[in-house]
Design a protein around this ligand. Structure first.
Ligand code: PEP
Length: 252
């Protein structure tokens, strides 16, 4: 299981350092089976890498990478730069980047390739907007996101991908998917993966839930058989809240 923090565009350098220090103090015993990722803004990466250096099973993440390897892309950051900053996980396809930065499936597939080519793990986000959920077409919507973003990969590369199901109507809204809604979609995602890659590969994939996950609902969500942890936005910005969610994973 994995609990991953997505700080988004929050926290200046000193706030970030303090948050990681506070997490350090309260961190429960982690293991190969129970791991934590902290995805910071680019600016924080080297600072946070230094803080995480002595911490077992807590990994540095980035929130994006460019879809090309290098070149004249002012203001952008490549996957190989992230790798050189000790980044282990790259979030690709977050709904906010799809929506506000015009990242389409073809671009996301290239970003996935860049991250994997640089030996990092991908946290690939998928999830439907409210109108799709209201029309009961969320299963085919998410299936298309997975096919277009990931299914060009062979099974040997797919194993370096973590999938995060994040219904857009639940992100930052305080409205969480019920554990049944989360379980149903996670089971669907695993079935889609099994159809493409076989049931052994599908069973081994880590599928996170994201969307207003907090200490009060994390245990119930993480108890679902196909929910393998969470991608956490707002509640990852406060040490006590994020530690509460980490503890829910450790106790799951
Ligand atoms: C996210 O940004 O991935 C997310 C799940 O945000 P929040 O936890 O704030 O809903």
């Amino acid at each position: 299981m994995i609990v991953a923090a997505n700080w988004k565009m929050n926290l200046n350098l000193s706030d970030g350092a303090e948050l990681v220090n506070d997490l350090f103090k309260g961190m429960p015993q982690l293991s190969d089976e129970k791991q934590v990722v902290i995805a910071t803004p680019f600016l924080h990466l080297t600072q946070t890498a230094g803080q995480l250096a002595g911490m077992d099973h807590v990994h540095l993440g980035a929130q994006n990478c460019h879809h090309e390897a290098a070149g004249a892309y002012t203001g952008e950051v490549s996957a190989s730069m992230l790798k050189s900053a000790e980044v282990k996980y790259v979030i690709v396809g977050h709904s906010e980047r799809r929506q506000y930065n015009g990242e389409d499936d073809a671009m996301l597939a290239k970003k996935v390739n860049q991250a994997l080519a640089n030996d990092m793990q991908v946290i690939f986000c998928c999830g439907e907007p409210l109108e799709i959920r209201d029309a009961n077409t969320e299963n085919s919507y998410v299936e298309a996101q997975l096919k277009n973003g990931l299914f060009h990969l062979g099974a040997d590369h797919l194993k370096n991908v973590v999938i995060a199901y994040e219904p857009i109507w639940a992100i930052g809204t305080g409205r969480t998917a019920s554990s049944q809604q989360a379980q149903d979609m996670h089971a669907h995602i695993r079935t889609v993966l099994a159809t493409e890659y076989g049931s052994a590969v599908a069973a081994d994939m880590t599928i996170l839930y994201g969307g207003s996950c907090k200490p009060s609902n994390a245990a119930e969500l993480f108890a679902c058989p196909d929910v393998d942890g969470g991608l956490i936005g707002g509640a990852s910005l406060k040490a006590d809240e994020f530690l509460g969610i980490i503890n829910a994973m450790v106790n799951a």
